[in-house]
Design a protein around this ligand. Structure first.
Ligand code: SF4
Length: 452
């Protein structure tokens, strides 16, 4: 496989289109799309863009060094946004079924701040009876007192980045905690008995071997997490790692792919079900395949700076920022915003882009795509719309099972190689344009630094 495909790591298709393809929008207001948030089953996302220190590989929207008062200022702006959104949604009787609080490091907030923001969301919006609450945490911020706040708020799922149990590998990644802190945090999470705990690990770390990766996973299993996510290490623009290692998105794709294969086989042998290239779910009791759930048109409204909203064909968020300076500027703009109903940056998906999004979201996750559901939504056959799928079948990456199109085990491991083949030309052009502009700015900064 690897002889033919030189690099299986082209692009993580986390969400389509990528944020770097978003552009300024004019004359669009949340009111125009609010009817799509009528009734039940919508997601609410709150972005907390603060971290204690920036990890070496991180290109997420987060800043470091904020004190409690500065975080309070951010929460005041989020509160203002909640008040305005609440007014806009009132006529549509919107009920959210899940809240996700991500970042950044949400538990960097003090207990008072956490309680305050939970309270503000709960009183500002309506929720379906058994709403889910997902909160991300990090080893340094996982303490008994904050977990108690999460329990009181009825958190259903806690997600923590461990990345590795090797101190050397954590150092290479630029994580600011030793493995011992992650162990203590896992003990606390286990003691708190959340209904779902998931942990993230990284492979493809310089110096990491297959056996050190497996050692980390074996150690993780001692804490019985419900889900494990495995991420290949991409070295992205503007990250600390990009300035100290040679360029290249995944540094040694051949070794990373072998690490992935060994890790996936290990987790499956330990009773985990593989739902995607990254996600492994612990089977409880009788083994069951993941059921089909429609995820191509899900709606999600984001609060705060840096989170994305998906409402029908409208996707929006604050402009993508890859440097601390860029994040600071966006944060300041957000905190000074008086009118949150104007949508000023995003992407309006055409019918073609909606089809691509639907295909990407279903094909890369098991149980795959229900072809009849696709035809019902779009009135055409997915195989005709995407001739490349025929090639994937011939190459052994995709198979048909009854009415489902499902990636084979080999295809699943190549998700970051196959998924990008479904990106439209327009989106590729925008992403490349953004990359070129970023490189240009980087060179100007570099020249200025050398002249100092
Ligand atoms: S990886 Fe997570 S904890 Fe590290 S800087 Fe990024 S958002 Fe913060």
């Amino acid at each position: 496989m690897m002889e033919k495909i030189q690099n299986p790591y082209i692009q993580y298709m986390y969400s389509y289109p990528h944020k770097t393809a978003y552009r300024p929008l004019q004359g669009i207001f949340l009111e125009d799309y609010a009817h799509l948030l009528a009734g039940k089953s919508h997601g609410l996302y709150l972005h907390i863009p603060f971290c204690q220190a920036k990890c070496g590989y991180c290109n997420l929207f987060s800043v470091t060094g904020q004190n409690e008062q500065q975080i309070d200022r951010y929460l005041v702006a989020v509160g203002r946004q909640i008040d305005q959104y609440q007014e806009i949604l009132k006529p549509y009787h919107t009920e959210f079924s899940e809240i996700t609080i991500g970042g950044g490091t949400p538990l960097l907030l003090s207990e008072r701040q956490l309680e305050q923001i939970f309270d503000k969301m709960e009183t500002g919006f309506a929720f379906s009876g058994r709403r889910g609450l997902v909160v991300e945490t990090a080893p340094n911020q996982t303490c008994r007192e904050k977990l108690a706040v999460l329990k009181r708020a009825k958190t259903s799922r806690v997600s923590m980045g461990i990345q590795s149990f090797s101190d050397e590998e954590l150092k290479v990644l630029g994580r600011n905690h030793p493995a011992a802190t992650a162990r203590e945090a896992m003990d606390l999470l286990k003691e708190a008995e959340f209904s779902c705990v998931n942990v993230d690990f990284i492979y493809g770390i310089p110096g990491q071997t297959i056996s050190s990766l497996l050692a980390s996973l074996k150690e993780a299993l001692r804490y019985e997490p419900d889900e494990i996510f495995l991420y290949p290490l991409y070295v992205k623009h503007g990250t600390g790692l990009a300035s100290v290692v040679d360029t290249g998105l995944v540094l040694n794709p051949g070794l990373a792919f072998r690490q992935y294969q060994e890790a996936a086989a290990f987790l499956c042998s330990e009773g985990f079900r593989q739902d995607s290239m990254r996600r492994f779910v612990r089977e409880k009791g009788k083994k069951a395949a993941r059921g089909f759930s429609e995820c191509g048109f899900g709606t999600s409204l984001a609060l705060g700076c840096g989170g994305r909203s998906y409402i029908g064909s409208l996707h929006f968020c604050t402009p993508y920022a890859a440097t601390q300076q860029g994040c600071w500027e966006q944060l300041e703009k957000f905190e000074n915003t008086t009118d949150f109903s104007a949508v000023t940056h995003g992407f309006l998906l055409s019918d073609d882009e909606m089809r691509r999004r639907y295909a990407i979201r279903h094909l890369l996750i098991r149980p795959g795509m229900d072809m009849s559901a696709y035809e019902k939504h779009f009135g055409t056959c997915v195989m005709d719309d995407f001739p490349v799928l025929g090639e994937w079948r011939q190459q052994g990456f995709l198979k048909a099972e009854d009415i489902f199109l499902v990636l084979t085990q080999v295809g699943l491991g190549l998700s970051d190689y196959l998924g990008p083949q479904l990106i439209s030309r327009q989106v590729w052009e925008r992403m490349r344009e953004w990359d070129a502009a970023w490189e240009n700015r980087r060179q100007i900064r570099e020249t200025a630094r050398q002249g100092e």
